[in-house]
Design a protein around this ligand. Structure first.
Ligand code: NAG
Ligand code: NAG
Length: 332
């Protein structure tokens, strides 16, 4: 126990506070240990409802199973688009994306791709809107994975990437905030880390170059929160990636296989856990600047969410530290 000092010399007072600090932090750690122990499920919840294991082929009205991530790839590129209540913004985003892909196909007839939209239990007509495009493009080029309930962006990205056919898999936001043309730069960077496309590697789109400018326009308080968040990411989980949160990331199929089968977090902080796992597995990560615009109706991050994210980061780290979560390295 910390005992109030008899004499009030500087030494004994500092010693008292030191004792107090050690005592409170160790009790906090013990409380967190038991709290996390009883609230943490050990394995990622990769289970899916029966209807989530297949997609609707609008040509013949039948459902066909998605492939497994362990199957060999059958297209060069998969674009995985998580969508939650995106009926209004999706058509704008998909128009630009299809234009880009069609142009690329014209230039290079060997180029093969698919778009896999994951409707994350939307309350609006997202899945209807998406199905209209699936009908037009055909199920070989475009598919819909329709969640029966909302799971969060991490859950949607994970299921989508694990159901994709691509040699390389890009996930991108349904609001079209990132210019799809940035994919060219991501692929160039990918070629330099994983030329054969089979070794695991990640290239992340980054808005860090824009953040430097935006700092001047944001309130002091928001900047403090932002720097606090960056510091926590760096200190607790991921080193050497400036923008972990940009929803524009390219992975090789083997990286998806190793990382997403280990991913627990289904909500906002999933990007951080994903990169944390990658660094634990020594998977190379490259960061490439992308064009990004704040889209009207963007899900602005409220102050409360920053605090929640800070807590999530701490909990991610502690769960791995306490051994509640482990990373299973595949040998294949
Ligand atoms: C979804 O579509 C139905 C009919 O197609 C319409 O009545 C409804 O208002 C739409 N919902 C939203 C949120 O727009
Ligand atoms: C900052 O605000 C000024 C004026 O309000 C604007 O002209 C400028 O484009 C803004 N910069 C950024 C990076 O948003």
């Amino acid at each position: 126990m910390a005992v109030l000092p008899q004499d009030l010399s500087l030494f004994s007072i500092s010693f008292f506070f030191l004792q107090l600090l050690v005592l409170t932090s160790s009790s906090a750690l013990i409380i967190l240990y038991f709290y996390l122990r009883f609230t943490t499920s050990r394995d990622p919840d990769l289970s899916r409802a029966e209807s989530e294991k297949s997609f609707l082929d609008p040509n013949d009205g039948t459902r066909k199973p998605f492939p497994l991530i362990s199957d060999p790839p059958t297209v060069q590129l998969s674009l995985v688009v998580p969508a939650y209540n995106e009926q209004d913004r999706f058509p704008i985003m998909i128009k630009e994306t299809l234009e880009y892909l069609h142009k690329r196909k014209q230039r290079d007839s060997e180029f093969t791709y698919e778009i896999l939209v994951v409707n994350d239990g939307s309350k609006d007509n997202t899945s209807k809107v998406v199905m209209e495009y699936v009908k037009k493009e055909g199920p070989d080029r475009m598919r819909l994975l329709d969640f029966v309930r909302n799971r969060g962006k991490g859950g949607a990205v994970r299921a989508g990437c694990l159901s994709a056919r691509g040699k390389r898999i890009l996930f991108l936001d349904a609001d079209g905030a990132t210019d799809i043309k940035g994919l060219d730069e991501l692929e160039k960077a990918m070629n330099s880390v994983s030329s054969d496309s089979t070794s695991p590697a990640i290239v992340v789109g980054s808005r860090a170059h824009l953040e430097d400018e935006a700092v001047a326009n944001r309130s002091f308080f928001r900047n403090i929160l932002m720097y606090g968040f960056h510091f926590l990411v760096f200190f607790l989980c991921v080193k050497g990636v400036r923008d972990t949160q940009c929803g524009f990331k390219l992975l090789t199929r083997s990286a998806v296989d190793r990382i997403f089968t280990n991913l627990h977090i289904e909500r906002w902080a999933f990007d951080v856990e994903m990169l944390y796992i990658a660094q634990c597995l020594n998977i190379p990560i490259k960061e490439v600047a992308v064009n990004w615009q704040e889209i009207e109706g963007s899900k602005m991050i409220p102050v409360f969410s920053w605090i929640q994210m800070g807590r999530d980061l701490l909990f991610i780290r502690l769960r791995y530290m306490f051994g509640f979560w482990t990373i299973k390295a595949k040998t294949s």
